[in-house]
Design a protein around this ligand. Structure first.
Ligand code: AMP
Ligand code: MN
Ligand code: MN
Ligand code: MN
Length: 281
């Protein structure tokens, strides 16, 4: 029996990943991944190329996405797995999300220019190319121009909530984002649950609502998760009876801590999200 290796969260140049869909799929294949979900921020543009390359490699590609959602004034990331990218409701939703991204990019650039940092908008649009502009593109620019010495510092000093170049964005409501994923035949998964710094009370509220809206899964194993992180996320899946997902959130080969398919084993006692996927003939 072939040993399966799953990775259900990663990014290509269609959003803030460093590798093209083809390069990403080839790398995943080399790393022994047997089923990969490409989950770019608010876009499905990388999926046709990824699907084609995966077929060439003999690897399974799950069409996916990572949607930005608003819930109780917070931005949550919802991974959609096994979506039909042609679904009209999803397509319509993505047009709005992408226009929010464009409008936000202009405002972030203006804020940075007020801080005396020039040429921001031109640089990030060039770097993003045909892909979605994300805050990572701004962080890379600030790093390249020597304003900060790490990407993390760009977030800590400029781009995070409460910092001078942060622009609050009203992404689509959690309920709507989940309904697009469901309309497209997909599985909605709460990405990296520990990264929102929600209190226990709020996390539980969020997951109750998430499930009520049609959400089905939560990421239990992520790229840099510690044993404690995995235990906490496992408890959330177990308590709320959600399917457990696994995903590296790979963005770039330059981050030596995160690799495609390099994930801790999913602990027993929760249902893996891949049990919801149709079996291949
Ligand atoms: P956006 O969806 O455009 O707001 O960008 C979010 C992306 O920025 C995330 O998916 C990460 O790739 C990156 N990001 C967010 N916060 C941080 C952080 N503190 N350090 C490094 N990267 C971050
Ligand atoms: Mn990202
Ligand atoms: Mn995310
Ligand atoms: Mn991600």
């Amino acid at each position: 029996m072939m040993l399966e290796k799953y990775d259900f969260h990663c990014h290509s140049t269609a959003s803030d990943g460093a590798l093209s869909p083809t390069e990403l799929v080839r790398r995943a294949h080399q790393q022994g991944v047997t089923t990969l979900a490409l989950t770019d921020h608010d876009t499905t543009a990388g999926l046709p190329e990824a699907t084609q390359t995966a077929a060439e490699c003999g690897m399974r590609l799950i069409p996916g996405i990572e949607l930005s959602a608003t819930y109780a004034n917070q931005c949550l990331h919802i991974v959609g797995l096994n979506i039909d990218a042609a679904n009209p409701l999803l397509v319509e939703g993505l047009v709005k999300q992408q226009s929010l991204r464009d409008q936000r990019a202009i405002k972030i650039a203006e804020k940075l220019e007020k801080k005396g940092i020039q040429g921001v908008y031109q640089a990030v649009t060039k770097a993003a190319g045909n892909g979605e502009i994300t805050r990572s593109h701004f962080a890379d620019f600030l790093l390249a121009q020597g304003h900060v010495s790490t990407q993390q510092e760009a977030f800590d000093r400029y781009l995070s909530k409460g910092k001078p170049a942060f622009v609050a964005t009203q992404w689509a409501a959690l309920e709507d984002v989940i309904s697009w994923i469901r309309a497209a035949g997909g599985i909605a998964v709460l990405a990296h649950p520990l990264r929102y710094n929600l209190s226990h009370k709020w996390m539980n509220r969020a997951l109750i609502d998430f499930k009520q809206f049609g959400g089905q899964g939560v990421e239990v194993v992520t790229g840099r998760a510690s044993v404690d992180d995995i235990r906490l996320s496992w408890q959330l899946a177990h308590k709320h009876q959600l399917y457990a997902s696994v995903g590296s959130d790979f963005h770039t080969p330059e981050n030596q801590w995160v690799e495609l398919g390099r994930l801790a084993a999913l602990p027993d006692g929760v249902q893996p999200v891949w049990s919801l996927l149709p079996t291949l003939q």
